[in-house]
Design a protein. Structure first.
Lengths: 449, 362
């Protein structure tokens, strides 16, 4: 059974060091994701393992033998590689290309035996490529060609499979099908899989363990859940993410949040009256737009509550599954009076949160501009035998501004600020398009601010 | 073809290849026979067959040779046959090395002369034609020896300039080949300028032809060509894998640098031997592999032997044409075969290429 050990591997292109102090030990049946941003050394790591780039320092052992002292053909019996992209010179038939995977198992003067043929066919059926076995490889689409290359790697019957971002050309169905095949081989045949992923969610779905590379060094290594954390992703990729376990697929998943925009304009504060997830998207958007956000009253464990926690938004809370008490309502009103605007989302109303409607009403009475997002008709989300509906209609009478959806709300909120912003964007655009230094200066001088 | 048939087609591939090769070998024999008939002196086929079979052990006792004129026998055996055999081996050698170079370089413009072999041979030949007329080395004409040595030296210079550590990147090789070619051809041009009376001989040699080929010339180069060609054929599958790119070939178990080294040296040796016999016959090493690939596909296990035979057939036919064209002028005009290969081959290739260009990519 195969084993792969890297010890203190350092790789260089000329005098530039691209990989440093990489030590790694992979045992049979492991599925290792190699993660990291562009230029972090992922592909170089695969190149050094696949004998394309000999390490400047350090050793790579395949079953305790230095991989660079073994014969090419002996390595190829154990280790197969699926490259990022293949450009094949001559118009070989797809089946010919897959049969080339049998090369390490054949002696110099042998023709492919019926066994080789059977292995190739099996690999092609698995990868859903058998139907174009006779077609020339360079007439296939990028995705089809990549599947043929994967079939070729499988035809090698390897113990170790290296995949270098193999799914770039594939659509989502093909991606999942191919990865399912690889995963199955990993589980059933106990082969080692080392795969470079750009898509962290694909990595999360299939990998058992992971390595995260940053500037040529291992930043984190170990079990997938230990490596794929939002802290690590932040340090390595410099992007905010939410990492959660998905309820259906039971694998962790990563949601990237767009890099935080630092708004120069200090906008007003917005208090959200929401619940049951109706405020989640809005919280993020409002923060992005530069508003300061508060929310309440929310039950602890409510989706909106969790989002608020994550985004560090101040919240007035109530105990889980409990109706809003007078105490919480008071605290909420105190919070509302500090806000310059109140937004009521399309939250369903039951007897437990009827008080939140009262809070919106109170806001209007105190003269605070209040927006109502009326996405779902109140009839459909009133679970209080008409009480909520009555209170809801009353809001209109008290002068609340009704909007159809989130976008409309944002445009209303943004009207004044947006004007300033577009003016600035237009100026930037003109400045960027005018190359000559003098014109640039002229415009900069002429434009105020 | 339906998917079910694919499997059986592939399993019958070996026999199909054998059939193709058998057909080509037969075509070669017919070509040689017809070519023996071509020439100023009219010698009928039955005479030709009788003359040839008289030379073959066991068969000679069965043939009545009393009716054959010694003159005819001499024309066939000492003039036409060596010339035709030279055509066979030079055509085969150039086509074989062309296949190897195109496979290693993954470049459609690669031919037998890509590593400066032609220019090296040209320098050697021009020098010897200019300064060493009549000199004989080990029973061989000095032109032949000088061309062979010149060709191999040029190849080793190009190879060593291109080497980066243990690796020889093909792009560097190609560019070095071009640079060295230019340099050496400038020397040839210089020699041509100062040549005077010998200019005619140099120009003829540069175009390439088989006039006055002797059996001894053939025996001298035959071992190099046979060994080089047969040894290259052992690497046919490696050539297939190299078509995937060097990295992928490495992944599939080819020792890329060693395979490249061996193949380039073998192919250069074969080319050097061929040009030392015939001069710089153009087109064969570039186009014959392309034409053969268009017809039978890219698998080097069949492409290599098939191209070799097609190259032989092609050059023998071209030489026959050269002789036919020259016949009305008796033996006063000798038309170099190199002119025919290019005149006849280029249009043929263009027609074939236009017909099949959709399925052809390199």
């Amino acid at each position: 059974m195969a084993k792969l050990n890297l010890d203190g591997v350092e790789c260089r292109y000329g005098s530039v060091t691209v990989l440093e102090e990489v030590s790694l030990s992979v045992k049979e049946g492991d599925f290792v994701g190699i993660l990291g941003p562009n230029g972090s050394g992922k592909t170089t790591l695969l190149k050094s393992i696949s004998r394309i780039l000999k390490p400047y320092r350090g050793t790579i052992l395949l079953n305790e033998a230095d991989i660079y002292t073994l014969r090419s053909v002996d390595v190829a019996k154990q280790l197969a590689v699926v490259p990022q992209d293949s450009n094949i010179g001559f118009s070989f038939a797809a089946l010919d290309v897959v049969l080339m995977g049998r090369n390490p198992h054949m002696s110099r003067f042998q023709m492919e035996s019926s066994k080789d043929m059977a292995v190739a066919k099996k690999a092609m059926v698995l990868t859903n490529t058998w139907q174009f076995a006779e077609r020339p490889i360079n007439e296939l689409s990028g995705g089809e060609r990549q599947r043929v290359i994967i079939a070729r790697a499988l035809a090698q019957e390897p113990k170790i499979l290296l995949l270098d971002e193999p799914l770039t050309h594939l659509d989502i169905v093909n991606q999942l099908e191919i990865m399912d095949i690889v995963k199955e081989l990993c589980v059933k045949e106990k082969i080692i899989v080392l795969a470079v992923f750009h898509d962290l969610n694909l990595a999360a779905r299939y990998c058992i363990s992971a390595i995260m590379l940053k500037k040529g060094k291992i930043f984190a290594a170990g079990g997938l859940t230990e490596v794929l954390t939002s802290e690590n992703i932040k340090s390595v990729f410099n992007v905010d993410t939410i990492v959660q376990r998905h309820l259906v697929s039971n694998s962790i998943f990563v949601i990237p949040l767009s890099p935080q925009k630092t708004s120069k304009y200090k906008k007003c504060s917005v208090h959200l009256i929401c619940g049951a997830g109706t405020g989640t998207a809005l919280m993020r958007v409002l923060l992005d737009e530069g508003y300061s956000v508060t929310a309440g009253v929310l039950n602890v464990l409510d989706t909106d509550f969790e989002t608020a926690q994550f985004l560090k938004i101040p919240v007035t809370t109530e105990a889980p599954f409990s109706p809003i008490t007078e105490k919480a309502h008071k605290a909420n009103l105190a919070m509302i009076s500090k806000a310059s605007t109140v937004v009521l989302t399309s939250v369903p109303f039951g007897y437990g949160n009827l008080q939140n409607l009262a809070a919106a009403s109170a806001a209007l009475e105190r003269g605070i501009p209040t927006f109502v997002v009326d996405e779902v008709p109140i009839e459909k989300r009133d679970f209080t035998e008409g009480k909520a509906k009555a209170m809801f209609s009353d809001l209109r009478n008290k002068g609340a501004e009704f909007v159809k959806n989130q976008n409309e709300l944002l445009s209303l909120l943004n009207v004044s600020v947006e004007n300033l912003k577009t003016a600035k964007e237009e100026r930037d655009r003109i400045l960027n398009h005018l190359k000559p230094e003098e014109t640039r200066k002229e415009i900069e001088e002429e434009t105020p601010g | 073809m339906s998917v079910e048939e694919v499997e059986s087609t592939y399993s019958r591939r070996t026999s199909r290849w054998k059939f193709i090769l058998g057909l080509l070998v037969f075509a070669l024999f017919v070509t040689v026979l017809i070519s023996l008939n071509v020439g100023y002196a009219q010698i009928s086929f039955d005479k030709i067959l009788a003359i040839i079979s008289k030379e073959i052990p066991f068969l000679n006792s069965l043939v009545d040779s009393s009716w054959i004129l010694p003159k005819d026998s001499a024309i066939i055996l000492q003039i036409r046959l060596p010339r035709i055999i030279a055509g066979v081996i030079v055509g085969a050698a150039l086509a074989a090395s062309g296949v190897v170079y195109q496979g290693v370089f993954k470049n459609p413009m690669a031919d037998s002369y890509v590593l400066g072999v032609s220019a090296g041979a040209a320098v050697g030949a021009s020098f010897s034609l200019l300064f060493g007329t009549g000199v004989v080395i080990f029973g061989l004409r000095i032109v032949q020896v000088a061309a062979f040595i010149g060709a191999l030296s040029a190849m080793f210079i190009v190879y060593n300039i291109s080497r980066v550590g243990a690796r020889v990147p093909v792009t560097t090789l190609l560019l070095c080949g071009i640079a060295v070619n230019f340099f050496l051809y400038s020397i040839v041009a210089l020699l041509e300028v100062i040549a005077g009376d010998e200019l005619h001989a140099i120009v003829f040699w540069l175009i390439g032809g088989f006039s006055n080929v002797l059996w001894s010339d053939i025996w001298a180069v035959l071992p190099f060509i046979i060994i080089g060609t047969v040894a290259s054929y052992f690497y046919a599958r490696d050539l297939n894998l190299l078509a995937l790119g060097e990295d992928q070939a490495q992944h599939l178990g080819v020792n890329v640098e060693r395979a490249k080294q061996i193949l380039l040296v073998l192919a250069s040796m074969v080319t050097a031997a061929a040009v030392s016999l015939s001069g710089l016959v153009g087109f064969v090493g570039l186009m014959v592999p392309h034409i053969t690939r268009l017809v039978i596909g890219p698998d080097h296990r069949i492409l290599f032997p098939a191209s070799t035979i097609v190259g032989a057939i092609f050059l023998v036919i071209c030489d026959a044409i050269a002789r036919v064209v020259a016949t009305p002028f008796a033996s006063t005009l000798e038309l170099p075969v190199g002119i025919i290969t290019m005149l006849a081959g280029a249009p043929f290739f263009i027609i074939l290429f236009r017909k099949k260009k959709q399925s052809y990519a390199l």
